[in-house]
Design a protein around this ligand. Structure first.
Ligand code: ADP
Ligand code: MG
Length: 336
């Protein structure tokens, strides 16, 4: 089983940023309002994620690191699990066991209402029993997950890592993307003892909160150079902000796309954005945008890829039409 875990781990956890994504998503699923990320050596030395969410009760700690044990899937009417009705970021029960298979993993958690915090350690797949632990953290309850020496158990994977700087940039990028979708949550990111990002909670995930959070991440230039989008077609909604054609960039990295609050890099959405700006931008120029697509979970399959960055829409034509039509309409309204 350890070999299986290590192979599977490579699929989910390709680099430090992938571990950070999974752990921050877990914090958000636990209802956290504050998430503090600490990184050492680009994430290869240490990844520490602390949250003020509901915590993990003592008797569930060892279950949390077991493969395919998730507390998040809802049973369907037929008695199976309901993969068409996913409301959490995680649902595969793979992240913690995968990380534990290739790194030294320690989890300390104080469940809401519990008297004590408990910790558990998993090293190269071997599990220690839970022990009581000190808790001096963000709030009375929450969880701290510490990952040390990522890929120490898989030297081949370690060889593929880029520089610590490049890994840190990828970490910073994913924290920012997750933070864009959740302006109601405070985030901080520290690298080698230096604070590199600090975002206070902005309240309302819609409108003002989102606007303030995007300005904090994308910079003050974005707001005056973008238009607000809010379009619906059937049960699908497209909202967010799209840059004016005059505010272009040389790469597509500045397009931030979300489906039901998850950052995605989806070909259909990218293509639809491209099509909307086609006659407004030169071929090698790309718009800046932060676009949020929200639709009933049954209309989108987020189960296509373990890292969950690609999705499959049930009605791709409708989604594409909404994006191309919605953006074109808004751009025309702004005089383009
Ligand atoms: P998944 O998120 O797909 O359920 P994970 O391996 O990421 O699988 O996590 C396993 C389980 O551990 C989760 O279902 C959850 O019950 C628990 N868990 C993990 N991280 C946290 C956290 N930060 N706060 C509370 N519970 C957590
Ligand atoms: Mg998870």
């Amino acid at each position: 089983p350890e070999v299986v875990n290590r192979i599977a781990a490579g699929e989910v956890i390709e680099r430090p940023a992938a571990a950070v994504k999974e752990l921050v998503e877990n914090a958000l699923d636990a209802g956290a309002k504050r998430v503090a990320v600490r990184i050492e050596r680009g994430g290869l030395g240490l990844i520490s994620i602390e949250d003020d969410g509901g915590g993990i009760p003592r008797d569930e700690l060892s279950l949390a690191v077991e493969r395919h044990a998730t507390s998040k899937l809802v049973a369907s009417a037929g008695g199976g699990v309901d993969l068409l009705n996913i409301h959490t970021m995680g649902f595969r029960g793979e992240a913690l066991p995968s990380i534990g298979a290739v790194a030294r993993l320690a989890i300390t958690s104080k469940a809401r209402g519990a008297d004590e915090a408990w910790s558990i350690a998993l090293e190269g797949g071997a599990l220690d029993t839970a022990r009581p632990s000190a808790w001096a953290a963000l709030s009375d309850n929450g969880t701290r997950v510490e990952v040390r020496d990522l890929f120490f158990a898989t030297p081949a994977r370690l060889k593929f890592m880029k520089s610590e700087r490049a890994e840190m940039m990828a970490v910073s990028d994913i924290v920012k993307r997750l933070a864009m979708a959740r302006p109601d949550v405070a985030f901080s990111l520290e690298h080698d003892g230096r604070m590199s990002l600090r975002l206070s909670a902005e309240g309302d995930p819609e409108n003002e909160g989102r606007r303030a959070r995007l300005a904090a991440i994308l910079g003050g230039d974005f707001a005056p150079n973008c238009i607000q989008i809010d379009q619906r077609r059937d049960a699908v909604r497209l909202s967010g902000f799209a840059g004016l054609p005059t505010f272009h960039r040389g790469t597509r990295e500045h397009q931030h796309l979300f489906v039901n609050g998850r950052p995605v890099k989806d070909k259909l959405i990218v293509g639809a954005v491209r099509a909307a700006y086609q006659d407004l931008l030169a071929r090698d120029r790309h718009p800046v945008a932060a676009l949020f697509l929200d639709l009933p979970p049954s209309e989108v399959d987020v189960n296509v890829h373990p890292a969950k960055t690609e999705v499959r829409f049930r009605d791709a034509t409708l989604v594409r039409g909404l994006i191309v039509g919605g953006l074109s309409h808004a751009l025309a309204g702004a005089g383009h």
